[in-house]
Design a protein around this ligand. Structure first.
Ligand SMILES: Cc1ncc(C[n+]2csc(CCOP(=O)(O)OP(=O)(O)O)c2C)c(N)n1
Ligand SMILES: [Mg+2]
Length: 319
């Protein structure tokens, strides 16, 4: 395993984790003002899978994600002011204010978009990866998905096709245990996802302990498999925890469908805290100050950006 004490790596990962967490905390703080015009599915608590995987990607690699996509968008290098403006419904948003939090896209960094309809991005990602394969292109597609999407029919169809055609694609399942308020054990007779995946003939691995370095090592192995010209699809499941309610800025521990005790091990291993503790106080301070300034500028940008004109409704409309 790469030296986990490597300070440049720790600083890079911490900067990315802290930045995502603080952006989303600002989103949560501002949400009651109604300046943010879109529903928000926060990634607070589950930033690490996106950060760990994206840390190893080439700029040209392509990612697809879900409505819980702020972490992925930012980890892949998506433009922060454009994301915040999108949440505000402003014209300088990454989807010109027409998509909101669930439809984040930044083609400059090959962040191909997120979708509100569970699992619908999975066939798009497989198709994109298949097209790249047929064109002999070297870049790879990484498709992030939730545990709930593994129960959709199109998930099964897409994995079967990817396995059959040996499409080089990495599926990253961010398994936070819940689809809205239903635990996975209430949804599937076989709740061991990796066990289910073996039936498709796709190699897979699982990281269970919330350790970002272990996630990164597992991602390295997975990416090597999909970059191998003789390789094909690979499925990486990462256990993680969503700390806020399914949609919205609040805590929901009082609702009773889950308890902190269930995820004590993951909570104790929060990667933001873990990495913060490893940094030299000065470098931690430098990172945090720079990130806070960047976030303040991004929200200012969103405040100042105008709302789209009415004609914008008819721009970029497919039919
Ligand atoms: C096709 C479809 N069915 C149902 C919904 C309603 N829905 C929104 S999020 C969600 C749960 C998905 O859970 P998971 O994939 O685990 O993602 P998480 O929210 O945990 O990140 C459901 C059922 C939807 N958006 N699309
Ligand atoms: Mg889930």
């Amino acid at each position: 395993m790469e030296q986990t004490t490597d300070s440049a790596l720790c600083e890079r990962l911490y900067r990315s984790l802290y930045r995502i967490r603080r952006v989303e905390e600002e989103v949560a703080r501002l949400y009651p003002t109604d300046k943010i015009k879109s529903p928000v599915h926060l990634s607070i608590g589950q930033e690490a899978p996106s950060v760990a995987v994206c840390d190893l990607l080439e700029p040209e690699d392509v990612v697809f994600g879900t409505y819980r996509g702020h972490a992925l968008y930012l980890a892949k290098g998506g433009d922060l002011p454009a994301m915040v403006a999108e949440l505000y419904g402003k014209v300088d948003g990454c989807a010109r204010g027409k998509g909101g939090s669930m439809h984040l896209i930044d083609m400059q960094v090959h962040m191909m978009g997120t979708t509100a309809i569970v699992a619908t991005h999975i066939p798009h990602a497989v198709g994109y990866a298949w097209a790249l394969q047929r064109q002999g292109k070297p870049q790879r597609v990484i498709c992030f998905l939730g545990d709930g999407s593994t129960e959709e029919g199109v998930f099964s169809e897409s994995l079967n096709f990817a396995a059959l055609k040996r499409v080089p694609i990495l599926f990253v399942c961010e398994n936070n245990g819940y689809a809205i308020h239903s635990h996975i054990s209430a949804r599937s007779a076989q709740s061991d996802i990796v066990q289910r995946i073996s039936g498709y003939g796709i190699p897979s691995a699982r990281v269970e302990d919330g350790d970002i370095f272990r996630m990164r090592e597992a991602a390295r192995t997975a990416l090597a498999a999909v970059r191998d010209p003789q390789g094909g699809p690979y499925f990486l499941e990462i256990l993680t925890c969503r700390l806020k309610e399914h949609v919205g800025p609040k805590d929901d521990w009082h609702m009773g469908y889950r308890s902190r005790a269930d995820i004590q091990a993951l909570l104790a291993n929060d990667p933001v805290d873990q990495l913060a503790a490893r940094l030299q106080p000065e470098s931690r301070q430098q990172i945090e100050t720079a990130v806070e300034q960047e976030i303040e500028r991004a929200f200012q940008y969103a405040e100042e950006s105008p709302f789209p004109e009415q004609e914008e409704l008819f721009q970029d409309v497919f039919a």
